[in-house]
Design a protein around this ligand. Structure first.
Ligand code: PRP
Length: 522
């Protein structure tokens, strides 16, 4: 039966084109049930994008789950008979986005068996061609787990410290990497390599020499050899011209090894494709095969349809926090050569453009800046470290602007000693996540009272025992008979970027960053 393309919805057309592509390359469709034993996911939580699993009890009393991931099921049932299986799937997964469970459409492919360089090249070619089906403006970036893995192995640190550093690499957060290396007592040379690794971005042939310099052990050298061999394969199809190296792409080290990659299309703020080599997962299942695969996230299909790059202007949208901090931040942008005189005029306008420079500023509520940037409404923005720590947005944290310096502290009435009280501590705050994490580390039971402002009032009126709040000059605490008891976090303003915008506007954003850096240092 011939299916007329006209009757298909946009996402159905995409799925049909992807399936046709994978069929042409000899991949066969893998079908599976929506349900799977809960245990499979509970035992491999770190492999999943979010730890939450939608579980239910089956008729026979067994705990079941609505599948949050397809790869784990494919691996569980993989034959492991020495032959290479090439599979693709078109299935929905059920994942939490932090607020609720969502049903997400996924199309993806997996190769399980003997994974050699030509096959990795084929998977990357298919990843690129999948992105081309979604949009004519896409980016595919690759990383190799051997680089961060090898480097992090070269110095002694705890697992927690290592995970914190990985998190910072993922956000290209070089200011924080510097601070943490100092705090963890790691060598200066290691810190320089690590910050270089996190910020590096470019075509293989342009960064090859820098990669060589980064190598300090066999794991890193072997990763470089892999990238070199892969580059030779990619050159044959010409897609080497479309793929950049970006080590901020980093997955869980206990599952992934070798090449990993991510794809973006212009106009969609988050990645639409993600994949890599995950031999370690097979090993956990006692299987000898290697594996590589990727998934295309189609939950944003309507987004792709409306993301029309040709209609987008080429402005760099910049979100500034309304108020004193924003004015200081704007002064740095102005000193860096990115002024927009209209912004200084007395008015209630929120959007300002400098047509010549191709930049547009927005004034937004300070606590909203990270959201605007994460969702791509702004390419870059200025946000306080307090907000970034509280909201953990998926963004790049590029520079410490060294303005808006203050800290988050525990404060209480002078006569109250939090450490002497063994009752559940009542804490008033507008930073519930920071507060929870802080007391969890101490193993202390607390009752969080979430407030939006004038937090200092809470202990005075007996609403809480302590507060967790911003302290800048300390005047507000002093005037209310309170004093700081414990320091939680030093805060300053950071320049942040949307991950997709960074990739599509790399030259412009990198130039702004460089100019801002020298303006902020002066
Ligand atoms: C912040 C913070 C403190 C005050 C600290 O309040 O919540 O109240 O500044 O500054 P200081 O140490 O210099 O006295 P903000 O002005 O943001 O208002 P809010 O109380 O509504 O949060």
């Amino acid at each position: 039966m011939e299916v007329s393309k006209d009757i298909l919805n946009y996402d159905e057309q995409i799925i049909l084109e992807l399936r046709t592509l994978y069929n042409e390359f000899g991949y066969s469709q893998y079908r599976m049930s929506r349900f799977e034993e809960y245990e499979l996911y509970a035992e491999n939580k770190a492999f999943l994008p979010s730890g939450e699993i939608l579980a239910f009890t089956g008729i026979n009393g067994r705990l079941m789950a609505l599948r949050p991931d397809v790869t784990l099921s494919i691996v569980k049932y993989a034959k492991d008979d020495g032959k290479t299986e090439k599979l693709y799937y078109n299935e929905n997964v059920y994942r939490s986005d932090g607020a609720d469970f969502k049903e997400q459409m996924q199309v993806g492919l997996e190769c399980i068996g003997n994974i050699d360089t030509p096959l990795i090249g084929e998977v990357l070619l298919l990843a690129k061609q999948s992105l081309d089906i979604l949009s004519d403006k896409s980016k595919l970036d690759i990383s190799h787990m051997g680089f961060p893995g090898g480097l992090l192995q070269s110095e002694k640190m705890t697992l927690e410290q290592r995970n914190t550093l990985i998190n910072c690499i993922n956000n290209k957060n070089t200011p924080e990497l510097k601070t943490l290396c100092l705090e963890y007592g790691l060598s200066n040379e290691f810190e320089q390599r690590l910050t270089k690794l996190a910020s590096l971005y470019g075509f293989y042939e342009d960064v090859k020499d820098q990669l060589k310099e980064l190598c300090i052990n066999d794991e890193m050298t072997s990763a470089l050899n892999d990238l070199d061999a892969l580059d030779k394969v990619l050159r044959k199809t010409g897609i080497n011209k479309n793929i950049k190296i970006d080590f901020s792409i980093i997955n869980d080290i206990s599952y992934y090894s070798g090449i990993i990659f991510q794809g973006y299309i212009e106009g969609v703020p988050a990645r639409v494709l993600s994949g890599g080599r995950y031999d370690e997962l097979l090993q956990k299942f006692g299987k000898k095969s290697g594996a590589i695969g990727f998934a295309v996230y189609l939950n944003n299909a309507e987004f792709f349809e409306t993301a029309q790059p040709e209609e987008k202007d080429n402005y760099i949208n910049i979100a500034l926090p309304k108020g004193r901090l924003g004015e200081k931040a704007y002064a740095i942008f102005e000193a860096a050569g990115y002024g927009c005189p209209e912004i200084r005029e007395e008015s209630r306008k929120l959007v300002f453009e400098n047509q010549k420079l191709g930049i547009r500023y927005f004034w937004v509520k300070p606590s909203d800046v990270a959201r605007y940037v994460e969702r791509g409404a702004a390419c870059i923005g200025v946000a306080g470290k307090d907000i970034l720590q509280e909201q953990s947005p998926d963004i790049y944290e590029l520079l410490d602007l060294k303005i808006g310096k203050c800290n988050i502290s525990v404060a209480a009435e002078k006569e109250f000693s939090p450490e002497k009280s063994n009752k559940t501590l009542r804490v008033a705050t507008k930073f519930p996540n920071i507060t929870r994490a802080y007391y969890q580390k101490q193993g202390r039971e607390i009752d969080i009272i979430e407030l939006n402002g004038s937090i200092e009032l809470a202990p005075l009126l007996g609403l809480s025992d302590v507060i967790v709040d911003i302290v800048e000059t300390g005047q507000t605490l002093l005037a209310n008979n309170l004093e700081p008891k414990e320091l939680i976090l030093d805060v300053s303003a950071r320049l942040i970027s949307n991950k997709a915008s960074y990739k599509f506007n790399y030259e412009k954003i990198d130039k702004i960053c460089e100019s801002i850096k020298s303006a902020a240092d002066n």
